[in-house]
Design a protein around this ligand. Structure first.
Ligand code: B12
Length: 187
């Protein structure tokens, strides 16, 4: 995503100052995807979109799980869980990319009805109870160190540049982009 899509996008497009650069890039990709399926009506919903009551429009992890993309490990997937009254957020793991991804958008083909479509179950790549406990603890209590991303040996991980970019607070990412040769657009 970062090297093959985001960096070329930066080189080829004028960015808007008031919008997150990754969001601009994802929106562009979704527009291209829509063009590919121009005979269909597609609703695109982004991970950051909220209803007026502040609830997310789409629960991306549930969507990833039910579409067969990435297994969503929740507290209820651990028998006799050890966390008592603590709040534990769930996490998706992909069989090839581990936790090295984000789930940015959902496309709903509103004109397609497929009653006979067989559901593809996601691959359960963290089947053992102890491993699920470590995964959920890493995601909840130590997510900054990124260990939860290596719950399965990933085929490919983020590059050093991408890791640095996402570890940088959003307001300071513009400076990083400037350092990499992309001028900061005026406000
Ligand atoms: C709000 C939010 C947060 C909040 C609260 C977290 C939470 N889960 O509530 C905070 C700020 C704490 C947070 C933090 C982080 N977040 Co966050 N966050 C979100 C966001 C925007 C919405 C999540 C939400 O509100 N869930 C509501 C709760 C109630 O949903 P739920 O627990 O899944 O419950 C539902 C399911 O159980 C479902 N359900 C019921 N039964 C069943 C049965 C099955 C089989 C299934 C599948 C579902 C299901 O019904 C329930 C709702 O009724 C999502 C993006 C999105 N739009 O989804 C990202 C998201 C979950 N975050 C993400 C990440 C990576 C993080 C951070 C690591 C920070 C970061 N951005 O790098 C940290 C890690 C957590 C931590 N230790 O703090 C990723 C997770 C990727 C992954 N691999 O799973 C997401 C998906 C963003 C993305 N675009 O990729 N986050």
């Amino acid at each position: 995503m970062f090297e093959k899509t985001f960096k070329p996008f930066l080189a080829q497009h004028k960015l808007q100052r008031l919008r997150d650069p990754i969001d601009q890039c994802v929106a562009h990709q979704m527009a291209l995807t829509r063009e590919k399926f121009s005979s269909h009506t597609i609703d695109v919903i982004y991970d950051y979109e909220l209803h007026p009551n502040r609830r997310p429009k789409v629960l991306m992890q549930t969507a990833a799980h039910v579409s067969g993309g990435a297994y969503y490990y929740q507290r209820k997937d651990v028998e006799r869980d050890p966390w008592g009254a603590r709040k534990i957020f769930g996490v998706c793991v992909h069989p090839r990319f581990g936790g090295w991804f984000a789930i940015r958008a959902v496309l709903v083909f509103t004109d397609v009805q497929a009653p006979g479509l067989a559901q593809t179950p996601p691959i359960d790549c963290v089947p053992a109870r102890e491993d699920r406990i470590s995964l959920l603890e890493n995601f909840n209590f130590n997510w900054r160190d990124g260990k939860y991303r290596d719950a399965v040996a990933a085929e490919e991980t983020y590059s050093a540049e991408q890791t640095l970019y996402f570890a940088t607070p959003p307001a300071e990412r513009w400076k990083l982009l400037e350092l990499w040769g992309h001028p900061i657009p005026p406000c």
